[in-house]
Design a binder for this molecule. Sequence first.
Ligand SMILES: [Zn+2]
Length: 194
Amino acid sequence: MGLGAGEVFTTRNIANLVPNTDLSVMSVINYAVRHLHVKHIVVCGHYGCGGVAAAMTPADMGLLNPWLRNIRDVYRLHEDELDALKGEERYRRLVELNVVEQCRNVIKTAAVQQSYEKDGYPVVHGWVFDLHDGLLKDLEVDFEAMLKGIKKLYNLSAGPDGPPSASNDDSAAKVEEEGKKNLEEVDAKRKRQE
Ligand SMILES: [Zn+2]
């Protein structure tokens, strides 16, 4: 990458996953984007990944089951394409598709969406490392297109202080109104009993 020591903020886990319930990876993204203001996020997988191989094995892996489920879900999303391939080719393709899907998960975060809208970065990239020849393959993820597609359903760019919708305002007011009424009733009852 042509960068010096300490210039890349990294996190690693089995099969380079970005599950939204994983506090560690979510914290890393949040900190890197909101505090370190990174310009690029790279999701880097590797061919021959043991995690991906385990997910392709129809067996109970105990504690690993929920983690591997993420990869099995990626397979399901691309079932037709993967089923048409065989052996090593299918395995390598799932490694690639998993990286692409994890790029998508990175883009689903509020930190990335809001920073990109405000500052024009970070841009997300998907790479796969090949341990046999030492080469990095850029999967050429189309970040702009992916972001656009994701925002249709996962748009978090307004932020927590964004304007609440009218219906939310109404229901909040209603709850408050009802709470007041209940208190008044309790007061009245108490007075009657006294
Ligand atoms: Zn691996």
